[in-house]
Design a protein around this ligand. Structure first.
Ligand code: CO8
Length: 263
């Protein structure tokens, strides 16, 4: 189908405008390695530039989204290795994508696996999903944003508990705490199907408006409320320079469906 073949991931096009990336190291429960991230970065960078793609979905297997960074790859690294080579620096590139990326999580999302899901824009979970930051059990702490991103989602007390005890949390807890937008009822592959449906809906909108929406929501992580409101308003104003704003509002007034030209 024209998609590039990788060793650690599979890229497919399950619906119009949607690219699906499946982590594919089943023997290691999708443990995250440097070669895997090299491929993930290459694939997402390409898809981000591809005009036929409006949204991405990232998933793993039924058993594991990802059971964390590859402990066997890390175990003999020294401080100088990890510091000099900026270990993990290029493991967070997906946070810079323009297009939305939805994580569809089944099974283990532990350590770096949990952090990878948290780097995505939306998380959907299956009831089998198990999240956690167990790094404390390995004599380290989360290094891919876990402590920082969880704080925003679930507050200090829970983040502290999870980080310091290393206990896992369930799909139901993740839903109640707002880590995931929802738990998709049981069924093999159901959560991926649901994520692809959501990605299709997003892909059917004006790309420039979607990009602005994502940028505005993400700004809330970095800015004070006053700065964020100003930022949002400027983006809103800016969209009046697009043809898609003219088309969207005219179509409403004329009681017809809009046809986006994404400019
Ligand atoms: N690294 C390497 N190999 C792994 C990992 C891992 N994280 N997780 C599982 N595997 C391997 C196992 O070694 C095993 O391989 P083998 O068959 O060769 O022995 C295979 O996958 C299957 O695993 P298990 O036999 O252990 O399967 P179980 O069903 O008994 O247990 C668990 C599943 C509970 C998930 C268990 O495998 C486990 O505890 N895994 C480790 C979880 C963990 O500690 N994760 C955190 C790692 S540290 C980290 O992520 C740092 C984050 C850095 C930032 C990253 C930014 C993105």
């Amino acid at each position: 189908n024209g998609n590039k073949v990788y060793e650690n991931i599979i890229v497919s096009r399950p619906a119009e405008g949607v690219a699906l990336i499946t982590l594919n190291r089943p023997k290691a429960l999708n443990a995250l390695s440097s070669p895997l991230f090299k491929e993930l970065n290459e694939a997402t960078e390409e898809l981000d530039k591809d005009d036929s793609v409006g949204a991405l979905v990232l998933t793993g297997s039924d058993r594991a989204f990802a059971a964390g960074a590859d402990i066997k790859e890390m175990k003999d690294k020294t401080f100088v290795d990890v510091y000099q080579n900026k270990f993990l620096e290029d493991w967070t590139k997906i946070t810079g994508l323009r297009k939305p990326i939805i994580a569809a999580v089944s099974g283990y999302a532990l350590g770096g696996g949990c952090e990878l899901a948290l780097m995505c824009d939306i998380i959907l979970a299956s009831p089998t999903a198990v999240f956690g930051q167990p790094e404390i059990n390995l004599g380290v702490i989360p290094g891919g944003g876990g402590t920082q991103r969880l704080i925003h989602a679930i507050g200090k007390s829970r983040t502290m508990e999870l980080t310091l005890t290393g206990r896992n949390f369930t799909a139901a807890e993740a839903e109640a705490w707002g880590v995931v937008s929802r738990v998709v009822p049981e069924g093999e592959g159901k959560v991926v199907e649901e994520a692809v449906k959501m990605a299709s809906v997003i892909a059917s909108k004006s790309k420039v408006a979607v990009q602005a929406g994502k940028e505005a929501v993400n700004a809330a992580y970095e800015m004070t409320l006053a700065e964020g409101l100003r930022f949002e308003r400027r983006l809103f104003h800016g969209l009046f320079a697009t043809q898609d704003q003219k088309e969207g509002m005219s179509a409403f007034a004329e009681k017809r469906k809009p046809t986006w030209n994404h400019s």
